[in-house]
Design a protein around this ligand. Sequence first.
Ligand code: SF4
Length: 305
Amino acid sequence: MNHSNRIHNWEFTPLGDPRGYIKPHSIKELWFHTGTKCNLACGFCLEGSSPSDKRLLTPKFEEVKPFIDEALALGVEQFSFTGGEPFLAKDIIKILDYASKFRPCLVLTNGTEPLIKRIDALVQLQIKNQHPVSFRVSIDSPIEREHDMGRGEGNFAKAFVGLRLLHNKGFNISLARHMAKGEDTSVVERQYQALFALNGLPLSMHMVAFPDFLAPGAISNVPHITISCMTKYQTQQQRENYMCANSKMIIKKTDGMQVYACTLVDDDDDYFLATTLAKSMTKTINLKHHRCYSCFALGASCSEM
Ligand code: SF4
């Protein structure tokens, strides 16, 4: 696509209507992507992560620190980390050590060996630093066979080992799950709570449900979001709650560290905003990506804030 077509596509839907947009108002939460390297290789992964994947690279502490410092000056309230599997990142403990001196942290993990191996180092952080590090573990389905079909045999049991370990060491835990089309949410949540009871985990554990976001670069035939959709069907409060209104995500590519609009759009260069947080805050986010429709229609969000 040439430059002017690309800009037109960014600003207008194929029918020529101006796209709905979000103007950022704050950075309450700053996300770091730890790279698309993962010990698992799940077919459904929205990041396309696997043991050999290099679409997004793993940042070092020295590359992350300037963004932590800048975010603190901009009033950030939490640092959050996603991957890939964050506990494969060599510097993750050093990064969490620095970040949790200043703000609470949240790490998204598959709960298996890479996390389990780091548990003692994480306990030390909890003892010495002022702010807590919390964990969100992925359990895609309350049915072991369904989780393991996506993640590989034995990984349901391992993730529960990780969850129990974290809980028994006193960490806050939450859970990420898949949301099936037409599901009866209260029935699904009761199935999870039965598992929590069996594993000695808190029945009130927070669960974050995600629709199928498809693989990176996938084309999805969802409705386009126009300005009138955003004003007719969403309140100002809803617009302010979009992740791209109050958070950013830092990723590392071969050409360096980059600020992206949110955790869900790192496969589209149009969402590369800047190389500093301050500059990224001046950029309007157009809702062009197919995953934006999940935010619009389902209120999808990776945030727990
Ligand atoms: S996916 Fe959601 S949060 Fe991200 S840019 Fe689109 S609307 Fe904003």
